[in-house]
Design a protein around this ligand. Structure first.
Ligand code: PXL
Length: 277
């Protein structure tokens, strides 16, 4: 069985980060170890939240794993709690990288043109450095803009997205996949770029009328799970994008609603079906 470790926060209520990654990747048949970066009462889109930073736990945990000779087929990082954690993760990547494993960084720090409340531009610059150490990065257009310095635009064309992908690849990652790329009303998708082959790949699907928090984490988790099931990055992008869209569709149908996250649980059967499971 493949084993990955995912490094992100626990938002105790919020349907994001570890409470999404752990069930999704496990359901895809992959052992999912975790390092919590912080424990929050809720994610930071609630008007108030508590937060206990766990930066000091990171090194003792990884040092113990080294003693136990525990390795990982993938390291997947999401929402981080401090600039210091970014530096510690660079060290962890160097210690746990092998010839065959995969380092995936979702910069999880901004959306809709704005940084999340806990972050500033200095954090975004540091995150760009961590992205440079990854094999695959999964930013949205807002995160990409903060990391590359290219302007954030709501109205854009293919040339803009390709320029962004090339600027992201210049940070150092081999494969760059931009989420939430839409050229036509009613559709959205993901566009990837492989800096070794020079290939661009766009996958587009229906855009639902509503958007929800945590969908970036849903996409990244399903993407990592799909890669660990042997799919190519292009195939994994499709599986993860279709799953995320299905989560949104199901959540929109809930008459009680859920503003803070998507019902990713109810769409797990369709995710497994798309893997042929
Ligand atoms: O889904 C991204 C995310 C993860 N973790 C925390 C967040 C957010 C987005 O707001 O606040 C704590």
């Amino acid at each position: 069985m493949k084993r990955i470790v995912t490094v992100q926060d626990i938002s105790c209520v919020g349907k994001c980060s570890l409470t999404v990654a752990l069930p999704i990747i496990s359901a895809m048949g992959v052992e999912t170890a975790i390092i919590p970066t912080a424990v929050l009462s809720t994610h930071t889109m609630f008007s108030r939240f508590t937060c206990k930073d766990l930066t000091e736990e990171l090194e003792p945990i990884t040092a113990h794993w080294k003693e136990e000779k525990i390795g990982f087929d993938a390291i997947y990082t999401g929402y981080l709690a401090s600039e210091e954690q970014i530096e510690l993760l660079k060290k962890m990547f160097a210690e746990f990288k092998t010839e065959s494993n995969l380092i995936v960084v979702d910069p999880a720090m901004a959306d809709n043109g704005k940084l999340y409340p806990a972050f500033d531009e200095a954090f975004a610059k540091k995150m760009a450095g961590l992205c440079g150490k990854a094999d695959i990065i999964l930013p949205n257009l807002t995160e990409a803009s903060f990391m590359t310095g290219l302007p954030y635009r709501e109205d854009y064309d293919e040339a803009y997205v390709k320029e962004m992908l090339l600027a992201l690849a210049d940070l150092g990652a081999k494969t760059v996949i931009l989420t939430g790329v839409s050229f036509k009303e009613g559709t959205t998708g993901v566009m990837g770029y492989d800096s070794v082959s020079g290939e661009f790949h766009y996958y587009t699907h229906k855009k639902h009328a509503k958007s929800y928090h945590g969908t970036g984490d849903v996409f990244s988790s399903a993407f990592v799970g799909a890669m660990m099931n042997g799919l190519s990055w292009q195939e994994a992008s499709k599986v993860a994008a279709d799953y995320t869209a299905e989560c949104i569709r199901i959540t929109m149908e809930d008459s009680e609603g859920c503003w803070y996250g998507v019902h990713f649980e109810a769409a797990i059967p369709s995710l497994l079906k798309s893997l042929g499971k």
